[in-house]
Write a protein that binds this ligand. Structure first.
Ligand code: ZN
Length: 167
């Protein structure tokens, strides 16, 4: 296993939609293991493949941070949404930003698991938020895009100014 480097905003790979996976091979299985290790190393609760520079529809998640309880999903789609809840959110690719984001309270995620089976998973609480955040990533959408037009524009401006200052 290996810890991968997490791509930072405003890298274009974060704004690009990832491609569907047709078959799960050793390459995807190894990448999933590396992504899990990276997620824990970075103290995250979820990680999408484009955050490690790979444009494939896959993400890993661990809402409870219990080793061995990680979820790995391919080609995820949110098929049901219920309710609304606004809570603080962050992202390993935008570490300096924490803002409240409005999300569905409960969702149903349809995806392929590591065995290649299509599954539907109901989620609420943190897991529901992770599912929505990571599925967004794979569609090239970041949580900073979900703050409402004015707040979103302001936050992006601030982030861009900071990323230029670092360079
Ligand atoms: Zn993120």
């Amino acid at each position: 296993m290996a810890i991968l480097s997490v791509v930072q905003y405003p890298n274009k790979v974060l704004m690009t939609r990832a491609s569907e996976i047709t078959e799960i091979t050793d390459v995807e299985r190894r990448l999933a293991m590396d992504m899990i290790e990276t997620m824990y190393a970075e103290k995250g609760v979820g990680l999408a493949a484009n955050q490690v520079g790979v444009l494939k529809q896959m993400f890993v998640a661990s809402a409870d941070q219990v080793l061995g309880n990680e979820l790995v999903f391919f080609n995820p789609v949110i098929v049901k949404k219920q309710g609304l809840i606004k809570e603080f959110e962050g992202c390993l690719s935008i570490p300096e930003l924490h803002e409240p984001v409005k999300r569905a309270k409960r969702v149903v995620l349809r995806a392929m698991n590591l065995k290649g089976e299509t599954v539907e998973v109901k989620a609420s609480g943190l897991l529901s938020r992770i599912f929505q955040h990571e599925t967004d990533h794979l569609n090239g959408i970041l949580f900073v895009d979900r703050l409402g037009p004015l707040k979103s524009r302001k936050a992006k401006k601030r982030l861009l100014a900071r990323s230029k200052a670092v360079r």
